[in-house]
Design a protein around this ligand. Structure first.
Ligand code: ATP
Ligand code: MG
Length: 347
């Protein structure tokens, strides 16, 4: 029999900016909800960059990540200037986290939004495209960035999107590319999409050129269900879509590889509001909910999700969501306490 009290080791990083505030709020809720996890902390981000690690991570941290294979990560700041590599890109590539799954949902009427019909999952390719980090200087005045798209990379992400749609009861997968201009790179992505879509006859497959697709998304989000797209487009689309639901602070992400998974908010370290205790912990909390489902603690995940929904429904909102005086404006910690009070209540 499975030992019910056995704790699953999870690697946790606080990150930079608002990171420590939202990670602590999230872990407090997980503990109160009875999540069976044993956090193992690693240091990443600014302090590591400043200590001379050009990728913002120390060698021993990889050992923890490879052993535990589950990672709850706060946002990090990449220092500007030459010689600093994005830690997010390094982690995704080193651990082979090829799929970045970003659900965005409107919570109307409880959270003010122009788009109450929005319920979209963006599946963003996570290792290739312009993020391959291959840039060079041609002359003093001309710089070049290589856009890298591979058939195996396309096959993995497109198959992931269709499998996700099938297992989550989604009806449609939309491919967004600019293959009228980038005929070889985006062309390959769409070609693979067409090939794989025939294996999923019950799911509608459609394609949009990214410019008009993004415009339609902004006016008629109810038309979209699952969206699969290359790395950079996915980054931009998911910030827009999350913000359309009310705040970029609401959306979680799961970064999925063959054997390792990382869970984080879609937003960055928000240095403009760091240290003020006002950040919305929801994106990271919902990422932790996805993590609990991943480690087969779906019951605890549902309990947290329901308590979080009840908190929003009662108009208890952090500053980014606060829109009317009938709502109660709360700090990060007060929000976490409100969620904890509602654990165990029926939905
Ligand atoms: P990155 O390059 O790391 O993605 P970014 O440039 O996209 O970072 P963010 O750090 O995501 O920037 O912040 C964008 C804006 O959204 C900022 O004004 C920030 O204060 C706000 N913001 C981000 N996350 C939250 C949050 N959890 N709660 C409240 N506001 C947030
Ligand atoms: Mg961003």
């Amino acid at each position: 029999a499975i030992e019910q009290s056995e704790k699953v080791p999870v690697t946790v990083a606080l990150g930079d900016g608002i990171g420590p505030e939202i990670v602590q709020a999230t872990l407090k809720i997980l503990t109160a909800a009875g999540a069976r996890i044993a956090p193992e902390y690693i240091d990443i981000g600014e302090q590591l960059y400043l200590a001379g690690h050009s990728s913002g991570i120390a060698p021993q941290a990889w050992t923890s990540l490879r052993r535990n294979r589950v990672f709850l990560k706060g946002p990090v700041t990449t220092p500007s200037g030459d010689g600093y590599k994005s830690l997010n890109v390094t982690i995704r590539k080193t651990l082979g986290l090829y799929a970045n799954v970003r659900p965005c949902v409107s919570y109307a009427p409880f959270v003010a939004t122009l788009h109450p019909q929005l319920d979209i999952v963006i599946v963003r390719e996570n290792e290739e495209d312009l993020y391959a980090g291959i840039e060079h200087r041609q002359t003093d005045e001309v710089f070049q960035c290589l856009k890298l798209i591979s058939r195996p990379g396309c096959e993995k992400i497109v198959r992931y999107a269709f499998d996700y749609a099938r297992s989550h009861g989604r009806k449609k997968v939309t491919c967004m590319v600019k293959d009228n201009i980038m005929k070889m790179t985006d062309g390959l992505f769409y070609k693979v999409f067409q090939e794989i879509s025939v294996e999923y006859p019950e799911i509608v497959a459609e394609r949009y050129i990214i410019d008009i697709g993004a415009a339609r998304l902004a006016t008629q989000p109810g038309r979209f269900d699952v969206i699969v797209t290359p790395n950079l487009y996915g980054d931009i689309l998911s910030d827009i879509t999350a913000e359309m639901t009310g705040s970029v602070g609401l959306a979680p992400s799961a970064n999925i590889g063959d054997s390792i998974a990382m869970f984080e908010a879609i937003h960055g370290s928000a240095p403009d509001i760091a240290g003020q205790g006002i950040a919305n912990p929801s994106g990271l909390l919902l990422a932790a909910v996805m993590m609990l489902v991943h480690i087969k603690q779906a019951e605890v995940a549902a309990r947290i999700h329901n308590a979080w929904l009840a908190t929003l429904e009662e108009g208890i909102h952090t500053a980014d969501l606060h829109s009317t005086n009938s709502q109660r404006l709360v700090s990060t910690n007060e929000f976490a306490e409100a969620v904890i009070q509602r654990l165990g209540q029926l939905p």
